[in-house]
Design a protein around this ligand. Structure first.
Ligand code: FE2
Ligand code: FE2
Length: 417
């Protein structure tokens, strides 16, 4: 990883208790030498009360300024890095590599670097005008889409094993990066599994048969204006439950990769942690959307997934943006209602026909599961069974935050992998 990228993600990253591997280009090495020659960096920089503070601050400001102007001029090194990973992934596809450890290793490396580079480049792009930023990020967008396509070509469902991925996504990543890698791989594997079961007409028929007994009471609270006789599987999934076509699949996978791009490393985003701050957490959604919409040409699906992945069907502790828009729409259109729970198309949301967006509902499940089971994080984490029980009891039965049918499919998926 280029030093510049890691530095952009944390100006003191090497002081964290992790191991780092990076390189510095000759051009940047000369710049650093020039800056450090101006004033030796010592204890004064670390101790804020030291008399040298002012001079050091000025030097830091110069470094920041140089870094920003360097970043603004080019992100070629980062884009080259992503293309390197695409080449490696494509070689394994061509060679039909089947070893899960090898495949998981190259996938984790590719996703880690692509996520980290996107975070860094997008945050730098925030300092540019929208037009300049879109030019600046154009190659990043192209390379990231190619990485998503190459990585989604593997049978992720076969390669994704909690233990294996957990051992590859080690402690030496920052928690947000670990979460981004796992959520992407886990989410893509789950979408693949979903598509597989949708290819059999039996799965949908079975859901339809057991709907009244198993699911009707749960969905009735989400659609309280409808009579029970009007609530069926077709009311849950707008225009019926179906498989995801390839183009949409890639766009959704891209959304999974970028969904937490606006998170800061210093903020606690876990609901269950003491330090959790609702407003701060809300900010990561807004910042993520702003970066993707204004500073890149990424597809609309990625924007909607980023914006709506904490809606939780309008739960009071949700902070996705769709619910706020929906409230406003209801206020201004008292005669209109949402008669369906989940839409596959953005148009369903733009017309306020549905309560939620399919890939965002999928991501909510993967996202909560990952947060509850992240063994590398500080605090008491749950085992797989404890997490599933908690999600079912607290987030499906007691409160309708996660979608019941999608959660049941997720449970079946977790039994297989
Ligand atoms: Fe998030
Ligand atoms: Fe997340």
């Amino acid at each position: 990883m280029p030093f510049k990228t890691l530095y952009g993600n944390g100006t003191r990253f090497w002081l964290q208790k992790h191991s780092w591997a990076y390189y510095i280009t000759e051009e940047n090495r000369l710049k650093i030498e020039e800056l450090t020659a101006a004033k030796p960096i010592g204890e004064a920089e670390i101790n804020p009360k030291a008399p040298e503070q002012k001079v050091i601050q000025e030097n830091s400001a110069q470094v920041e300024e140089k870094k920003d102007s360097d970043s603004a001029l080019s992100n070629t090194e980062e884009v080259k890095n992503i293309y390197h990973h695409i080449k490696v992934l494509n070689e394994h596809i061509a060679n039909k590599t089947t070893d899960p450890t090898v495949i998981s290793g190259v996938l984790v490396d590719a996703v880690r670097d692509t996520a980290l580079i996107n975070r860094n480049v997008l945050m730098n792009a925030m300092q540019l005008s929208n037009l300049e930023a879109k030019v600046f990020t154009a190659n990043l967008v192209k390379s990231t889409i190619e990485m998503v396509k190459a990585s989604s070509s593997f049978k992720m469902e076969t390669f994704f094993k909690d233990e294996l991925i957990g051992s590859l996504v080690k402690k030496n990543e920052c928690p947000i990066l670990r979460h981004m890698i796992r959520s992407y791989l886990h989410g893509v594997a789950f979408l693949e599994y979903y598509n597989n079961i949708m290819s059999s007409s039996y799965a949908v028929s079975r859901l339809r048969i057991e709907f009244n007994k198993k699911y009707l009471p749960l969905y009735a609270t989400l659609l309280p204006h409808l009579d029970h006789s009007q609530i069926s599987l077709e009311r849950v999934f707008y225009k019926g439950m179906r498989a995801i076509p390839p183009n949409l699949f890639y766009n959704w996978a891209l959304g999974l990769l970028l969904h937490d791009i606006g998170k800061e490393t210093t903020v606690e985003y876990n609901h269950h942690e003491e330090k959790f701050n609702h407003n701060k957490a809300k900010e990561h959604v807004k910042l993520g959307i702003s970066a993707i919409v204004n500073k890149t040409n990424y597809c609309r699906e990625a924007v909607f997934i980023t914006g709506y992945h904490h809606d939780y069907y309008g739960s009071s502790d949700g902070y996705g943006m769709y619910h706020a828009y929906l409230e406003n729409f209801r206020k201004n259109n008292p005669g209109k209602s949402q008669d369906f729970c989940i839409g596959y198309d953005i148009e369903n949301l733009l017309k306020y026909e549905v309560l939620s967006y399919f890939p965002a509902k999928v991501l909510e499940i993967v996202d909560v599961y990952d947060t509850l089971t992240d063994k590398e994080s500080v605090g008491c984490r749950l085992s797989h069974n404890q997490a599933i029980d908690k999600m079912w009891n607290d987030f499906v039965i007691k409160r309708r935050k996660l979608d019941p049918i999608l959660f049941n499919i997720f449970m079946a998926f977790k039994k297989l992998i």
